[in-house]
Design a protein around this ligand. Structure first.
Ligand code: TXA
Ligand code: MG
Length: 303
């Protein structure tokens, strides 16, 4: 299914046998929980127990949209999707095709669709139907909703610790979430007690979103110095300020806008990877809140 962030591989979240096929197709460890997608917030009560006020405020502000909330799970629902965790991740996507699918499911008594990104475990997330086909072949029904408008996965907020904790940065910034719910959004590593307990998100593994080629983050000065003698096995994605040597498929411009760079990020990594290069040199994104999600994905791709 298409969503505004990335394509997802979907199954009825309450059907453990169907959900098991998602884990098998992705090669994903069974204890890595999946996000459950809902048509709207009325389905939250089917999956989640206590929902704190700040989580309600975040839903009101950002749903439908690229925000996933981790909430206490009601016992006995979505066991396989939650990977046995006592919590469940819920998100209401904004993409019109996802919305139509989820509403059609709801009309047939299906409360939600468990859907991880439609890629093999640890690889780059798909942002077009063609990417999904490249991951799984023709043996799959793909709803083609066009290229994803956001391009990186949803922001994930853990709502089970009394205060919002950011597990995975996305297009919605912590600042925007703070403004909407009135509470500071903590980083996963900000409280010492949090770093080794609580939910683990595979999107938070240090190495993830990795293409075949080695990804290396470089600042403008390092790129300018290294480019004149760059071997043919190197591809480059750099913003203005770094003169690119020649017009070639190996040299691509990173947009100045974080929003547009996010849209292009995974497609660019796939395209450069498909050239068979050994290394991809990527201009380090600016250290500003709008680039948090893109910077995070690139750091994991480069790890
Ligand atoms: O934008 C997105 O979130 C996309 C689209 C398809 O909706 N989905 C996505 O799913 O990125 P996936 O499975 O690739 O990443 C979901 C992340 C994983 O890192 C998983 O560990 C985490 O969410 N997650 C899901 N349920 C969780 C839970 N109960 N507790 C902690 N982390 C959870
Ligand atoms: Mg994923």
């Amino acid at each position: 299914m298409p969503t505004e962030t990335v394509y997802g591989l979907a199954a009825d979240a309450d059907n453990d046998a169907a959900v098991a096929q998602i884990f098998a197709a992705k090669g994903r460890p069974a204890d890595h929980p999946l996000i459950v997608h809902l048509a709207d917030a009325t389905a939250v009560g089917h999956y989640a127990g206590a929902v704190p006020d700040f989580a309600r405020a975040l839903m009101a502000a950002f749903w439908p949209g690229p925000l996933t909330l981790i909430l206490p799970r009601r016992p006995g629902v979505a066991d396989a999707a939650a990977g046995g965790n006592p919590t469940v991740g819920l998100r209401c996507p904004a993409h019109p095709v996802a919305q139509a699918l989820l509403q059609a499911c709801a009309a047939r008594g299906v409360w939600g669709l468990a859907a991880p990104s439609a890629n093999q475990f640890g690889r780059v997330s798909p942002t077009t139907a063609a990417h999904v086909q490249g991951e799984f072949g023709d043996d799959l029904l793909i709803l083609d909703g066009g290229p994803c408008s956001v391009g990186i996965e949803s922001s994930i907020i853990d709502c089970t610790r009394g205060q919002p904790v950011l597990l995975r940065p996305g297009a919605i910034t912590p600042e925007q979430m703070q403004a909407a719910c009135g509470l500071k959004v903590l980083r996963n590593n900000e409280l010492p007690a949090l770093s080794d307990q609580g939910p683990k998100a595979s999107g938070t593994l240090e190495s993830h979103y990795a293409p075949q080629a080695r990804v290396r983050l470089m600042d403008a000065a390092a790129l300018r110095a290294a480019l004149p003698s760059a071997p043919a096995s190197v591809a480059v994605w750099a913003r203005d300020g770094v003169p690119l040597p020649e017009r070639s498929a190996r040299y691509r411009r990173m947009p100045a806008s974080a929003e547009i760079a996010a849209q292009q990020l995974f497609a660019i990594l796939r395209e450069l990877d498909a050239l068979g290069v050994a290394d991809i040199w990527v201009h380090t994104p600016p250290d500003t809140p709008d680039w948090l999600g893109v910077r995070d994905r690139l750091q994991r791709a480069a790890f």
